[in-house]
Design a protein around this ligand. Sequence first.
Ligand SMILES: Nc1ncnc2c1ncn2[C@@H]1O[C@H](COP(=O)(O)OP(=O)(O)OP(=O)(O)O)[C@@H](O)[C@H]1O
Ligand SMILES: [Mg+2]
Length: 264
Amino acid sequence: MTVPALSFQGVDKIFTPRGRSPVQALSGFDLDIARGEFIVFLGPSGCGKSTLLYMVAGLEETSGGTILEEGRPIDGPSSERGLIFQDASLFPWLTIADNVGFGLSLRGVAPQTRKEATERLLVSVGLGGMGDKRPDELSGGMRQRAACARALAMRPRVLMMDEPFAALDVQTRNKMQDFLLDLWRESGASIILVTHSIDEAIALADRVVVFTARPGRVKTIVPIEMERPRPSRDPRYHRYRDMFTDLLADEVDRAFAEQEGRAR
Ligand SMILES: Nc1ncnc2c1ncn2[C@@H]1O[C@H](COP(=O)(O)OP(=O)(O)OP(=O)(O)O)[C@@H](O)[C@H]1O
Ligand SMILES: [Mg+2]
């Protein structure tokens, strides 16, 4: 059997904030992700989706269980595993080109090679000739594309995106989804994308992982058996939509009930 790109085995996470009671974010989370697979995480607020990404990125430790990348335990950050946040994590004081080339310069890539690689990447994300601008001169969608270029510059095997398009308008969001599918096909990377949007999950995923309310674990895994692009007129699309709406409704109700209980 081939080794999964990522393997979560009984992963637990308990936060113990100083002076407050412990919070169990995840409990016995199990999942194998294949190389080049596009996975979407869908689940109620607070079920540990972001926490899982931080753990894969090596920024947060597990409290129990293991996470293996290509069969090896994760023991810290690596350029093989890129993470993109909701609000484009660019350095505001650097130009777009310097942001995209940042990781390459840390790796000691020579300036001329770096410049060429950076320009190629900017063209591939539709930002050719924009390298001299600073993040605050770009629109939200452009900033997210620059963040994608920066993550891809390191040629990661795993690319993680935490609600990357949540702040964008619907049209820009649809364009960004098409753009992401193109990048994904070219890069061969495995992708984990977190979203609250059922439509986004259906448009993008090979498999959608639906979480339970906190403590998060896998409630169910739904493979999207439709060729891409996936028009929302398709009757199969409607069936997936109904299925995810029902699956989430139960868990969101549970999450709310628990939050109200805690607030009292
Ligand atoms: N550093 C921390 N200290 C204490 N508790 C934390 C910390 N980080 C996360 N948590 C708690 O762990 C749980 C999971 O948080 P997480 O951010 O992973 O959820 P999420 O699924 O990403 O939610 P959302 O959909 O709202 O982004 C939440 O109850 C959160 O309050
Ligand atoms: Mg989150």
